[in-house]
Design a binder for this molecule. Structure first.
Ligand SMILES: C[S@@+](CC[C@H](N)C(=O)[O-])C[C@H]1O[C@@H](n2cnc3c(N)ncnc32)[C@H](O)[C@@H]1O
Length: 385
């Protein structure tokens, strides 16, 4: 393949890449919009062809100036070059494409439920720390381990940016970064922050009228403005499917889903592999006046060992989705309802296809924009027998 090419972008696919076929090879180009014609430099990484934009020859009418000066150099955002409404439409098309290509299914995808905050929405930032004499805070150039320094990130909640400035401006704070390679800063709804320079530091955060105990560097949903909408939607699914005996909350984290849904069930059991998340989940049950839920440190795929009467399983796995063994075990266990919430439409499409082969039906997909300006979306579907 030649080094330089002029290509027209057919569509945007998973990863937020523009997609085109050249000489029977798929080429993936970041930071472009559908219909644009661009001159790109082609390179190959791990067997896949990518294009780096040299010039936009024909730009989309929906293209605008990105608001962050680092956009394009930083791998965090993919879609700042277009208005939020266009981002939602592009992301919907990415999900539909994944469902068709990987899931081999045509299911209606509802319009994406938008985030109230489209900037300053992240309650957690993970940064690189680098520098010999003096420590800097930053991100890595996309696809590399080469860091660049930042002063702030427009996606972070304000207290996180204030803490970055504190680290950079205050010599005694900067000293705390010495010897560190990574830094996590987290903020809560009260404007407090914790960070990973202090081991096992945690605080409470109140979301959807429940308190959660959260560590600096363990998992918690990152966009507080959309979490209540996501949970209310899952609640609506439970009510419409008339279940309520028992809920198995798999990949439960601190139990945000199980705790929120506990009034609808006789019993809730959550399985989560990270012991710290399980401890934090169980610690707040009394504070949240929940008596019918418990969280267990266990591999989700061993759910059949924790037998109790349940009619509903919720799965909210990491980006890799669920294993073939897990899919087979779920089909064998045959719960009446499986609610699947995923931050990766590709693995979601693969897994719902397999669950469909096992006898489960799915009527529609509801996406939630938990991650504005980026290519990521949360998708929810209910599978039932
Ligand atoms: C996307 S998070 C969802 C957490 C939770 N449902 C929430 O909304 O906060 C996925 C969780 O799965 C956990 N996890 C990963 N592999 C697991 C496994 N094999 N068994 C149980 N939990 C696992 C991770 O530690 C993480 O907390």
């Amino acid at each position: 393949m030649n080094d330089k090419l002029t290509v027209k972008i057919d569509k945007i696919v998973s990863g937020g890449y523009g997609f085109t076929i050249h000489n029977e090879n798929a080429v993936f180009i970041p930071f472009v919009l559908p219909g644009e014609t661009v001159e790109v430099e082609i390179y190959r990484r791990r067997g896949v062809y990518f294009g780096k934009i040299l010039e936009i020859l024909e730009s989309s009418p929906i293209r605008k100036e990105a608001f962050c000066p680092l956009f394009g150099n930083c791998g965090g955002c993919q879609f700042q070059m277009t208005d939020y409404e266009n981002q939602l439409q592009i992301k919907k098309e990415i999900i539909e494409e994944s469902l068709r290509r990987i899931g081999k299914i045509e299911i209606p995808v509802n319009p994406i439920i938008a985030s109230d905050n489209t900037i300053h929405y992240r309650n957690k930032g993970s940064f690189q720390v680098f520098g010999r004499e003096e420590s800097f805070i930053g991100f890595c150039y996309p696809g590399t381990t080469k860091p660049f320094a930042i002063q702030e990130c427009p996606l972070m909640e304000h207290p996180i940016n204030e803490k970055i400035r504190d680290f950079l401006d205050n010599p005694s704070e900067r000293l705390k970064l010495k010897g560190m390679k990574a830094l996590v800063i987290r903020s809560n709804g009260e404007g407090q922050t914790i960070n990973s320079t202090i081991k096992k530091d945690s605080f409470f955060d109140r979301v959807a009228d429940l308190d959660f105990m959260i560590d600096a560097d363990t998992f918690f949903q990152i966009n507080r403005t959309i979490i209540p909408k996501w949970l209310e939607y899952i609640k609506k699914l439970i009510v419409s499917h008339k279940v309520g005996k028992g809920l198995l909350d798999l990949y439960s984290g601190v139990g945000i889903i199980g705790q929120f849904l506990s009034p609808l069930f006789e019993k809730v059991v959550g399985l989560e592999v990270n012991k710290r998340l399980v401890e934090n989940g169980n610690k707040v049950l009394e504070r949240n006046h929940i008596q019918n839920a418990s969280f267990i440190a266990a591999d989700a795929s061993r759910f059949y060992e924790y037998g109790f009467l349940y009619d509903t399983v919720i799965i909210n796995p990491p980006r890799a989705g669920i294993s073939p063994e897990m899919t087979a075990t779920l089909i064998q266990a045959a719960p009446q309802v499986i609610i699947y919430s995923s931050c990766n439409p590709d693995t979601f499409s693969r897994d719902i296809k397999e669950l469909g082969n096992g006898g489960y039906k799915i009527d529609e997909i509801q996406p939630f924009d938990m991650f504005p300006q980026t290519q990521h979306t949360e998708v929810v579907g209910v599978l039932y027998r």
